[in-house]
Design a protein around this ligand. Sequence first.
Ligand code: PMV
Length: 344
Amino acid sequence: MTQAGGFRWQCPSNIALIKYWGKHGNQLPANPSLSITLDTAHTITTLAYKPGSGLRFLFEGKENPAFSSRIEKFLKSLSFEEMPFLKDFELKLESENSFPHSSGIASSASGMGALALCLVSMEEELGLLKGNFMQRASHIARLGSGSACRSVYGNMALWGKTESIPGSSDQYAVVVNDNVNPAFSKIKDSILIISKGKKPVSSTAGHALMDGHAYAESRFTHAKDNLAKLLNVIQTDDWTRFGQIVEQEALSLHAMMMSSATPYLLMEPNTIAVIRAIWEKRAKENWPLYFTLDAGPNVHLLYPESIEKEVEVYINEELVVYCENNYWISDKIGNGPLNLKYGY
Ligand code: PMV
């Protein structure tokens, strides 16, 4: 056991196919969710620790008071019960994203994932880790940002108790590997950045609006049904059923926002223009090309790697006009976090 040291982790972002929307207690989900872990969009976080107290946080080499205060609050909450050893150390955290800051890509999943992995590495180094490393990292990531708990696993991850997956839990995510058909092992995700602006309503506020929402109970039941269906579909090569469920999930998420007690819209006119364009293109070309949305205006195009060339030409010729500064990101399903060498 050493009292000073450090760790560096790279953790990817993820995009949910079945959406988590609504929570209770300490970051527990109202319904189970399923996501694909991305490959290119990631955060790298370095943690250095030594005996003492206090925190210094640098984002992309600079002080960032907004991020810093969120992390300070999170670490303080962990130090009460989950990780009391944190009280005895001075921490320095440095974080950077592979995607441009303010690109409209949420960095909380990859950021909290990378931070959780560093903290659990430290816990392990101090001889205090009980149980499985990744399960613990997923649990800690969840406390920072719900969806982050799915980012510590590669490929597909499921968070939330469901009878369909033994060992699933509301406390942490589990990897979904068994019986996934090769048709879904190389999913591409082209992220069209419709707007880089800050969201008018945060996810935290959005989750809160599900409390007492007129459609809350039917949404949670619907998400559970969609999850059970999708878990069956990914064992087949049926991209049509896959796409139907995934698009319905995306639009249901936004329908919840639009029908909440304080209604709001995160889709922009260009989000809708892209959705219509995709539907038209799919009907014309018969491509397995589908979309999903996060809690924001950007559109994730999901399709098999086998049609990558055609879809990229299509994006560049017909869809970039809808993107802010013609910006889009080419990503795909990925293998999960990497433990990078500290000190180099
Ligand atoms: O993890 P949070 O609290 O930022 O919530 C994110 C919820 C969605 O991204 C909209 C859906 C999901 O399951 O990732």
